[in-house]
Design a protein around this ligand. Structure first.
Ligand code: DLL
Length: 430
């Protein structure tokens, strides 16, 4: 079932016409109303009338995270102050927050996109969504909340934390879906194990929407198996509304990026040149419909690729792969570039490894990977523990080419997070 079938299955040629019109309109509006953009576009030797098709996007300058910070708080706002009805900020896992402003129409459009996503995954009016993302400046909870209400779903605005209450709410209201970060979902499963709750028998859950931070396919499988549900990947960023930018359909094979609202480019982060479909690079997004604070060619720093081919679900909006890292979460040990995601991929594929892990950077040459392993293994034979530790070390070394120190920890002993997880602790003094 579709929420907006005509738009979701739009013919690609027609989509391009829509995108062109919206891009032209966006560029004209920021040219007229945002001095920062007028100067930038002018310095690139471009005028609004030079944008004749989507491929002319290349004539426009990039917008970086630093540009948003420099223009904090109101510098990129493109409408009179009275038209702004809401502000969100990025959650600031990578530094100072960025402020994003919404008009009433922006909020409505953001909600429509979420409605598309939810209906696409099978949500209907009689579903109950427990929204365990943080309510507040973070877009995660509120944007989802408005979209779910539009569908007619009963929303339980629980926010994260207070696990006992979460469980009671799930039981009392017969929650069928949860919106949650992967790290909190993993934490929750530990608590369920401790309390002897079997979500397959004791709850009514059917699906979960996981996003706001990277996680691996193995983590998805773990959560699906433990809860007995379908997990759908959800991608978004505050700069482009928050959640609802790209979302998996029931094929669970890549996320449809809503291209009538966002123009997608994947570039080589070093050269800025676009790469072809199937090739991994940095996602660059242009908002096509936003009134309050349009952003063009935003360097997301998120690494992904476009999945070639048509999706059997019938939607024509292209799919992106799971985010496989960021251009800025990479760290270097012994001169080798390493992404935390590579470590998670290895760990979650090893039998006996439990939910949580932490990477500690000790020096330029040394790192420790702290891994929680299943409780029974601690109660068993020491030789098994040593073998597991050696196997983890070996597999990590094969993947990242550097031999880390591996420490095994009991489940629930490493710091857990209700919001976005902090996976890397940097203790290096350079
Ligand atoms: O995290 C919006 C969101 C909320 C998305 C809830 C999905 C669900 P920000 O706080 O601005 O917004 O952080 C955006 O989080 O650039 C990615 O690096 C990362 N991210 C978001 N979703 C995913 C995902 C929200 N599914 C930044 N996989 C983005 C990997 C993700 N990374």
């Amino acid at each position: 079932m579709f929420w907006q079938q005509d738009l979701e299955t739009i013919d690609r040629k027609r989509l391009e016409e829509v995108q062109t019109g919206r891009l032209q309109d966006t560029v004209q509006r920021i040219w007229d109303n945002v001095p920062f953009y007028r100067d930038r576009i002018n310095s690139a030797g471009t005028k609004p009338e030079d944008i004749k098709s989507v491929s002319d996007i290349k004539k426009l300058p990039f917008t970086s995270r630093e540009d948003l910070l420099k223009n904090y708080p109101f510098g990129l706002v493109a409408v009179p102050r009275e038209s702004i009805v809401r502000v969100h900020t990025s959650s600031g896992t990578t530094g100072k927050p960025k402020a994003i402003f919404f008009t009433k129409n922006d909020i409505d459009r953001g909600a429509e996109l979420i409605s598309r996503c939810l209906v696409m995954t099978g949500m209907r009016k009689n579903d109950v969504l427990q929204n365990m993302m943080t309510y507040g400046l973070f877009t995660g909870a509120l944007v989802m909340h408005y979209g779910a209400e539009k569908v007619g779903v009963l929303v339980v605005p629980s926010g994260p934390g207070n696990t006992d209450r979460q469980i009671a709410l799930m039981q009392d209201f017969k929650t069928t879906a949860i919106h949650i970060t992967p790290s909190y979902a993993l934490y929750l499963s530990n608590v369920f194990i401790r309390k002897g709750i079997d979500p397959r028998k004791d709850l009514n859950l059917k699906r979960a929407y996981l996003g706001a931070e990277p996680y691996s396919e193995e983590t998805r499988k773990k959560i699906e198996e433990f809860f007995g549900i379908d997990v759908f990947n959800s991608y978004g960023l505050s700069e482009m509304n928050g959640p609802g930018v790209a979302f998996e359909c029931q094929e669970k094979n890549g996320m449809h990026l809503w291209e009538d609202n966002f123009l997608l480019e994947i570039i080589d982060p070093a050269t800025g040149e676009q790469v072809s479909d199937g090739e991994r690079g940095e996602m660059v997004l242009t908002s096509l419909c936003r009134e309050g604070m349009p952003i063009i060619r935003y360097r997301t720093r998120d690494l992904a690729s476009v999945m070639p081919g048509k999706c059997p679900c019938g939607r024509t909006h292209r799919r992106i792969t799971r985010i496989t890292g960021r251009t800025d979460d990479m760290f270097i040990v012994k001169g080798v570039n390493i992404f935390p995601q590579q470590i998670e991929n290895v760990l979650m594929g090893i039998k006996g490894v439990a939910q949580n892990y932490l990477i500690v950077l000790e020096s330029l040459d040394h790192m420790t990977v702290q891994v929680e392993i299943e409780k029974e293994l601690f109660d068993g034979n020491v030789t098994h523990l040593v073998n597991l530790q050696n196997a983890i070390t070996e597999k990590l070394k094969n993947e990242i080419l550097v031999k880390p120190k591996v420490e095994l920890h009991e489940p629930g002993s490493l710091p857990a997070s209700e919001g976005k997880a902090q996976r890397v602790i940097d203790n290096r003094t350079l």
